[in-house]
Design a protein around this ligand. Structure first.
Ligand SMILES: [Zn+2]
Length: 248
């Protein structure tokens, strides 16, 4: 049985049998894995506190021939997103983990996705405001997959998008307001500015990057649409976050 030791991000867990858990984790070097953590639901388990979503950890696991599930030997946390996080960040931790889980193919290494996720763990732990951080994460995730529409110019007339942009109802290129048909998703100048700055900023720099609530809501709606197109569904955690905000 080959044993591997990887730097990894914990994404989610499921109950298995009486006392075990299945752990879904993204390794830096070998992509996403599913493994059994024996006894993880026992009070004195060595896995206690190590399996929260978005925890960065050293994971040792055995691969077993002819089996998709690996056997987890140990999980040694190196950074927890919850160490410095405000309570409103808690829901986002699950959202970030669910997005990565949806996007990472099994056992296919994606170093850039791993680095992005790992940077989110550090940013949440450092107390970076979660609302701009979520928009930043969605932007980068879609960019890394090569599916974020170009911010450079209008897809119709090729003019620069200086007075905002519109994503038309059934298209995935940005148009200027002159070229856009009615009923698209609006992106204001402020929202475009945030995106352009986010493309050149580390997540820790977000505290100094202004994002007014109107622009934040525009980007949330835009990204929900783009994610929906590419994942072909809405994530449960995204819906929960939205309902929590409306309830406040
Ligand atoms: Zn145009």
């Amino acid at each position: 049985m080959p044993v591997y030791t990887s730097e990894a991000l914990i994404l989610r867990t499921y109950k298995l049998g009486e006392a075990d858990r299945i752990v879904v984790f993204l390794t830096r070097d070998r992509g996403k894995k599913r493994g059994v953590a024996k006894g993880a639901r026992r009070v004195r388990s060595r896995f206690v506190g190590a399996l929260e979503p978005m925890t960065r950890a050293g994971v040792a696991y055995y691969e077993r021939e002819q089996r998709d599930l690996v056997r987890i030997n140990y999980v040694e946390p190196t950074r927890s997103p919850l160490s410095g996080a405000a309570s409103e960040a808690l829901g986002h931790v699950g959202y970030f983990a669910e997005l990565i889980d949806e996007w990472a193919p099994d056992a296919h290494a994606d170093e850039r996705l791993y680095r992005l996720g790992s940077a989110m763990t550090d940013a949440i732990a450092a107390g970076v405001p979660v609302d701009p951080l979520a928009r930043y994460f969605e932007y980068w995730l879609l960019r890394l997959q090569g599916v974020y529409p170009s911010l450079a110019s209008c897809g119709g007339c090729a003019e620069a998008l200086v007075s905002g942009a519109v994503l038309p109802p059934r298209d995935d290129v940005f148009l200027c307001r002159t070229c856009a048909p009615a009923g698209g998703t609006m992106v204001s100048v402020d929202a475009l500015k945030f995106l352009k700055a986010a493309g050149a900023t580390a997540p820790e720099g977000l505290a100094a990057l202004p994002l007014q609530s109107r622009a934040a809501r525009e980007l949330e709606a835009l990204h929900r649409r783009l994610l929906h197109v590419h994942l072909e569904k809405e994530l449960k955690s995204a819906r929960v976050l939205r309902e929590m905000r409306h309830a406040r």
